[in-house]
Design a protein around this ligand. Structure first.
Ligand SMILES: N[C@@H](CCC(=O)N[C@@H](CSC=O)C(=O)NCC(=O)O)C(=O)O
Length: 277
């Protein structure tokens, strides 16, 4: 079903939109933002998906990162979804800030209580990318990249590496790199997927990276040295392979906030532009 316009604002040489739509994947209404640079009527544009972190909606990135100036400069469409279903209430979905609402972890839940709605992996990879976003933005399906922050960095790394034909460039700000070994990941993966830890590895960036044998990728990661969540993130577990070059830049004194993200946004757009423009 078509998306409904929520808001439209002029920003640099383009427009920032917010849409909502009924989702057949999460079985509830979903909201997403999309920035669309000015373009010719038949023109298709390269596109980035940005996945946000714990507690975020579609709006944090749109309001705090300052990304629009770079999307405008490089002429990228940028699609930025919510971080979980919100159009449905499930007992326990608001008890903590790192599980349930605002914390979908970009997985397809298999535990029955969550499995009807908490399907953020398929929502991004299939419904939003292939069906919903192309109806509102002139996406060039052959030139799509993905990036994200923290939980969204984990989403970007796992979704990007597991779907190399759909996502041709990848980067992340302070991603959760090895969720199977840290409290955030253990809580989310255990809650959504159950106790069989073999299935957790499909959603673990450092594990997926080890096994990746697709087209060569160069991944850019920025990480603040003063990030109070560093113990949950484990950037040292992202090891370079023959198929994936990983550049992890430790940025002195930066924390986990959008002040950090905004400081390196230009570099991430340049990284994606090298692969997609
Ligand atoms: N509980 C705190 C901290 C939440 C927080 O820092 N969330 C980060 C992502 S953490 C990993 O995924 C974030 O992006 N917050 C949004 C923001 O606009 O800064 C809290 O609720 O504040």
């Amino acid at each position: 079903m078509a998306a409904t316009l929520v808001s439209k604002n002029r920003s640099f040489q383009g427009h920032q939109f917010v849409y909502k739509h009924p989702s057949s994947t999460t079985n509830c209404e979903m909201t997403f933002g999309v920035y669309i640079p000015d373009h010719q009527p038949e023109e298709k544009l390269p596109t980035l998906f940005y996945l946000s972190g714990l507690t975020c909606t579609h709006a944090n990135f749109m309001e705090k990162s300052g990304f629009q100036q770079f999307a405008s400069k490089h002429r990228f469409i940028v699609v930025h979804p919510d971080t979980s279903p919100r159009g449905v209430d499930i007992a326990g979905d608001s008890d903590s800030w790192d599980f349930g609402k605002g914390a979908g972890f970009y997985v397809n839940a298999t535990v029955e209580k969550w499995s009807k709605n908490y399907r953020m992996y398929d929502y991004i990879v299939k419904e939003l990318l292939e069906e919903v976003a192309p109806k509102v933005a002139p996406i060039d399906a052959g030139r799509v990249g993905i990036f994200g922050h923290s939980m969204g960095g984990h989403g970007a790394l796992t979704i990007g590496l597991r779907n190399p034909q759909k996502f041709k460039s990848i980067s992340a700000f302070a991603p959760i790199c090895n969720p199977i070994s840290v409290p955030w990941g253990q809580k989310a993966l255990g809650g959504y997927l159950g106790e069989d830890q073999a299935t957790w590895k499909e959603y673990d960036a450092s594990e997926v990276l080890k096994r990746y044998e697709g087209p060569k990728r160069e991944i850019l990661v920025d990480q603040g040295t003063a990030d109070n969540f560093l113990g949950q993130l484990k950037p040292e577990t992202l090891k370079e392979t023959d198929h994936v070059a990983v550049e992890v830049r430790m940025q002195k004194d930066f924390d986990h906030s959008y002040y950090f993200i905004a400081s390196f946004m230009a570099d991430h757009f340049a990284h994606h532009a090298k692969a997609l423009v």
